[in-house]
Design a binder for this molecule. Structure first.
Ligand code: UT7
Length: 326
């Protein structure tokens, strides 16, 4: 028994913000951002648009594509509309799913891979038959647009899949998984204030500590190391080798990180998928947005791997299914 992907949907804000637009107010250049990250532009939600709005749009598209309803909703996000409650119940209600089991998973940029594992567990445990998993973020709300080291990196968006029960080995079956974390390194990438450790008081706001801060160089180093090791582990668990991987779809934070991971694993350039140029780093939304863009062929063996704040990392494999359009 397995959890099988039946439908896919996405939503991104209309507003495109180019590197040149950011360079108008920041000490940066289009050339720096493209060469260091591969990012050309990102989408930014208009004031008043929240994570749940993007999640509802992507979720509705995934349900429509699958032609099914869901009896559980899992939202992978680290930018919920409010710090309490999570957005899962609101998204379920707005999608007309009534009083189903609905909650959020916060594993930062690894959230979608963790969410797939949670969805698979809900199905395996007979807790739900059909799970709507949405990776949805409004990273712009925790981005300090006066800090050039992070302002150029992030974007907003959402991507969703509907999973339901199938047989092991079915096209679209997700798993096995490798998931991990290193809490000793949690300060490397965090929003220092606005939680229970340090509330968002006037001092924290003045110090801009309610925005995301990152030691980019160290996160880069760890991201490569962890995604390579995690990918190798999950391939071993699946009884696959790198030669079996038709497409590597990694978390889209930086094209250089994805290339370094693929080089170390030995995945040929034409088997890597990178769309960070269009959206920047959309955290938990990046993998489903990439899956939607990658023009995957049914039957292709896809390796998913991600790394993010926590630190967290995770990988899984899926033989791509034939999906109806959203
Ligand atoms: O999604 C979760 C995981 N997040 C990530 O995976 C992000 C990981 N980190 C990265 O992608 C990269 O480390 C960055 C893109 C953030 C930075 O690239 P880098 O090649 O590691 O650059 P750096 O941090 O070593 O900075 C090099 C220089 C510095 O100047 P000095 O100290 O050499 O004079 C920075 O101040 O580039 C400077 N710099 C910039 N210059 C122009 C940093 N940001 C910018 C900028 N424009 N936007």
């Amino acid at each position: 028994m397995s959890a099988v992907i039946r439908g896919l949907g996405t939503a991104v804000p209309d507003r495109v913000v180019t590197n040149a637009e950011l360079a108008a107010t920041l000490d940066t250049t289009d050339e720096w951002v493209r060469t260091r990250t591969g990012i050309a532009e990102r989408r930014i939600a208009e004031v008043g648009t929240a994570t749940a709005d993007l999640a509802v749009e992507a979720g509705a598209e995934a349900l429509k594509a699958a032609g099914e309803q869901a009896d559980a909703v899992v939202i992978a996000t680290s930018t919920p509309d409010r710090s309490l409650p999570g957005v899962g119940p609101e998204v379920a209600a707005r999608l007309g799913l009534g009083t189903v089991n609905a909650f959020d998973v916060n594993a930062a940029c690894t959230g979608f891979v963790y969410g797939l594992a949670v969805a698979a567990g809900l199905i395996a445990g007979d807790i739900a038959d059909r799970v709507l998993l949405v990776g949805a973020e409004t990273m712009s709300r925790i981005t300090d647009f006066s800090d050039r080291s992070t302002a150029v990196l992030f974007g907003d968006g959402a991507g969703a899949v509907l999973l339901s029960r199938g047989a092991e080995g079915d096209q679209g079956a997700v798993g096995p998984f490798d998931l991990g974390s290193d809490g000793d390194a949690s300060d490397l990438l965090c929003v220092p204030a606005g939680g229970s450790r340090r509330p968002a008081d006037p001092d924290a706001i003045a110090a801009r500590d309610t925005f995301l801060q990152m030691d980019g160089r160290e996160v880069y180093r760890q991201a490569v190391r962890r995604m390579v090791a995690s990918s190798q582990k999950v391939l071993d668990r699946a009884g696959l080798t790198v030669a079996d991987v038709d497409r590597l779809v990694g978390h889209q934070a930086n094209a250089r990180i994805l290339d370094a991971v693929a080089d170390r694993l030995g995945v040929a350039p034409e088997r890597r998928f990178v769309n960070v140029a269009r959206y920047g780093n959309t955290s938990a939304a990046s993998i489903p947005l990439a899956l939607a863009d990658a023009d995957l062929e049914p039957g292709e063996q896809v390796l998913l791997t991600a790394f993010g704040a926590g630190m967290t990392w995770g990988s899984t494999v899926v033989r791509w299914p034939s999906l109806p359009p959203g």
